[in-house]
Write a protein that binds this ligand. Structure first.
Ligand code: HEC
Length: 95
């Protein structure tokens, strides 16, 4: 029994690692489906930002070097991703 539980935990962890790409459905509640909103009335409209600006913002939130008064919210959203994942994702949104 113990072995079965252990195996499923390992399988779950492996599955999570494979799904490391940023999932935009986690962002839409605040930023809108197409990143067209001021998240919580506070952020810039991300779809009007350049890929470069978005990459800088996301990596900066993760490193704690970027953001305004609500940066803690964003850190919680993206700190689980690698910088490479954040960069790749930033090319799929914005302009
Ligand atoms: C719980 C609400 C919430 C969720 C979910 C959320 N964000 Fe944010 N986001 C914010 C807020 C609030 C800010 C502004 C934070 C600050 O003060 O710097 C922000 C800022 C940003 C910025 C920088 C914009 C600027 O003003 O410079 C980017 C880029 C961004 N978010 C992308 C994302 C992505 C990508 C996701 C999904 C992985 C996401 N956000 C999920 C609330 C959220």
């Amino acid at each position: 029994m113990k072995k079965i539980i252990l195996t499923s935990i390992v399988a779950l962890a492996a599955g999570t690692a494979l799904m490391a790409a940023v999932n935009p459905s986690a962002c839409k509640g605040c930023h809108g489906l197409h990143f067209e909103k001021h998240a919580l009335g506070k952020s810039k409209i991300v779809k009007n930002m350049t890929h470069e600006e978005i990459a800088t913002a996301l990596k900066g939130y993760k490193a704690g070097t970027f953001g305004g008064s609500m940066k803690g919210i964003m850190k919680g959203q993206i700190s689980k991703y690698s910088d490479a994942d954040l960069e790749a994702f930033s090319k799929t949104i914005g302009k």
